[in-house]
Ligand binder design. Sequence first.
Ligand SMILES: [Zn+2]
Length: 336
Amino acid sequence: MSWDRVRGQSTALAAFRAAADRGRFGQAYLLVGPDGVGKRLFATELAKALLCEKPPAPLTACDHCPACAQVEAGTHPDVLTLATPEGKHELPVEEMRTFCTKMALKPARGRRKVGIVLDADDVNEESANSFLKTLEEPAPGSLLLLLATEFDRQLPTILSRCQVVRFAPLGADDLRAVLEAEGVAADQLDRLVRLGGGSAGRALALADPTVWELRTTLVTGVTAPRPNFGALAEAWQRFYEDAGKDTAAQRLRVSLAVGFLVDAVRNALRLSLGADVPDLDPDESARLRAFADRLGPDRLLELADRCVEADAHVARRVQLILVVESVLEQFTRRAA
Ligand SMILES: [Zn+2]
């Protein structure tokens, strides 16, 4: 059955099923939850179920009819998606207007239209204002799905017009199942489930060996007696640009790298306080200890705080190169 591949989101599915059973299916939903937990897959599955020509059960797609195939391929004329364009940090109002105009047109082949706003986090005031009419009075039978990572970042005007459905981080068993289905090697599963923090997107990104190469470059580089700011910034920039033009994938890579630095600084702090850090290889352990001795605990604490702040800036769509440079500056500036 088609819903089987959406793992760990049975509460969200139950909410839609209950609404469908009561004949009270809403017109606009905000799907909120961390990156990489299956919101987009869920939205696709829901669109398929609603547009399927021969649904075998209520709210269930057959997965065989032409409509199902088109939704799956992203070519169904009645499924519209709106994403933040490459290189932009906000959803431009022109794109929103075009989306709303298309949503108002009659369905081309199905009974309804499904509009999916992939980056609801990026909707600014202007885009939100041009979206309100569509949200309030959508074309009959149409459904809007807004995908967001943070509830607090949504504008009140949008929130008040949507029903909110929460998406939880994946449990270990579900995350493992997703990774297995994605072809992750069996000997990698335990480690990636542990590091993924409930996000399949994060765990899959960490399955890439180049991520660990960058980790070595960065951690070795910033803990060296004289860090080379230019070389590190260049390596880090190349690393996130290699994720392709998708800004979400680039942000994820910057966030992973910041996470490595936070871990390194915290490990250095633990070592300097005489604590044991299991699983740390002896070379890195020695390097971190020397680093901690040079900086002292106060500077280390400050560095950890700055890195955590930087990660929040990544989430808030600050330009990535600025985040990278500000983090590296913290490590390369001489102690006052
Ligand atoms: Zn079908």
